[in-house]
Write a protein that binds this ligand. Structure first.
Ligand SMILES: NC(=O)c1ccc[n+]([C@@H]2O[C@H](COP(=O)([O-])OP(=O)(O)OC[C@H]3O[C@@H](n4cnc5c(N)ncnc54)[C@H](O)[C@@H]3O)[C@@H](O)[C@H]2O)c1
Ligand SMILES: [Zn+2]
Ligand SMILES: [Zn+2]
Length: 364
């Protein structure tokens, strides 16, 4: 019997989100139903609402979540009811050419639940990033559930998207390590996680760049050794000045705009690495002199989900959190109810928060 629960949807482009009844089917083969305990509000949810990802409305928003497995379908062995899990949006297939090459974090055939959650009238919902977690119960592929040691769901749920993406952009994609210099442009939830990751990895020069002084203040708490307010100074010049005139070994772009990508391109050292983790909207273009692309060498990389492997990285990051070596709590600016997502978008837009986290009633 499908369950009727409340979920947050975006019905049409740019319209405020709505809290509505959603039908959640029982899990079929390879699927799981998870009782969501907490779900962070990520910029990507706002992109969905505004039509910046695709036009498959209505969307069931939310994708940065942790909760308890309630039921599993036939053939599911990796998790069982009662397990505390973080949801991931790249359940690797194990079969595609990337997986077969031993690089499953690039998996080209990641999968989601086969059945659809629907509105009461039968309209199928498109779950954000194949999850949809601003809802009391969600249906996912079992491979989207990563079992971890129980911890505060509002904090560790953030590993399900933004924090993992930022941490991994620096550490996995950028390969930042002991003694390296790194600059991070855009210090929201994602950028600050890149800064925290760089600190864990042993980078010694960690430069935070943002146009908002509050974000730079947060960056200092996450381990930035220097901050640059790019609303008042040229970030490329500033980054070079802080790195002996050379530029940083790794520059992470965590905004998703042409001007910040260009800053990243010019602010890295010769043979350095640019990592694009910010998600551009489809109309964005960059123009770069080819001679500079050649002459600067190094690598221009994109980071999907921080090139993470949830099964490898989530338990490790939960361990670091529980040991007090990675401050996930500091990303949680506020805990809100499921009816407050639209207001949280406004606060995100105004730059007031790193993360607003929806905490489901009765689970706190
Ligand atoms: N690649 C991935 O897998 C992945 C995963 C999650 C999120 N994202 C993307 O990462 C980006 C950041 O997400 P977030 O949740 O941290 O968003 P956010 O809104 O919390 O942070 C964005 C930050 O960029 C700053 N900013 C805006 N314009 C700037 C400029 N011109 N120069 C410098 N800083 C500027 C803002 O002040 C803010 O601090 C988004 O594009 C999001 O969609 C990517
Ligand atoms: Zn694969
Ligand atoms: Zn996200």
């Amino acid at each position: 019997m499908p369950q009727t629960v409340q979920g947050v949807i975006a019905r049409s482009k740019g319209a405020p989100v709505e809290l509505v009844d959603v039908l959640v089917p029982d899990p079929g083969p390879g699927e799981a139903v998870v009782a969501v305990e907490a779900c962070g509000v990520c910029h990507t949810d706002l992109h969905y609402r505004d039509g910046g990802i695709n036009d498959d409305y209505p969307f069931l928003l939310g994708h940065e979540a942790a909760g308890r497995v309630e039921a599993v379908g036939e053939g599911v062995t990796e998790v069982q009811p009662g397990d505390f899990v973080i949801l991931n949006w790249r359940a690797v297939c194990g079969q595609c050419r990337a997986c077969r090459k031993g690089k499953p974090w690039y998996c080209f055939a990641t999968h989601n639940a086969t059945q659809k959650m629907t509105l009461i009238d039968g309209t199928e919902l498109s779950p954000a990033l194949g999850i949809g977690a601003f809802i009391e119960k969600t249906l996912v592929a079992a491979g989207q559930c990563t079992k971890v040691d129980p911890a505060d769901a509002a904090a560790v749920g953030l590993l399900g998207c933004g924090v993992m993406a930022g941490f991994g952009a620096a550490v996995n994609t950028g390969g930042v390590g002991r003694g390296d210099s790194i600059a991070v442009i855009g210090c929201g939830g994602v950028g600050n996680a890149a800064i925290a990751g760089a600190q864990v990895a042993g980078a010694t020069t960690i430069i935070a760049v943002d146009v908002d002084a509050r974000k730079l203040e947060a960056a200092t708490r996450f381990g930035a050794t220097h901050t640059v307010d790019s609303s008042t100074e040229d970030p490329v010049e500033a980054i070079r000045a802080l790195t002996g005139g050379h530029g940083a070994d790794v520059v992470v772009e965590a905004v998703g705009r042409p001007e910040t990508y260009e800053q990243a391109f010019y602010a890295r050292d010769l043979a350095g690495t640019v990592v694009l983790v910010g998600v551009p909207t489809p109309e964005k273009q960059v123009t770069l002199p080819m001679i500079e692309i050649f002459g600067r060498g190094g690598a221009l990389k994109s980071s999907w989900y921080g090139d993470c492997l949830p099964s490898r990285d989530f338990p490790m990051l939960v361990d670091l959190y529980r040991q007090g070596r990675f401050d996930l709590d500091a990303f949680v600016t506020e805990r809100i109810g499921i009816a407050d997502v639209e207001a949280a978008f406004e606060r995100m837009h105004a730059g007031d928060v790193l993360r607003s986290v929806v905490v489901m009633e009765g689970t706190a």
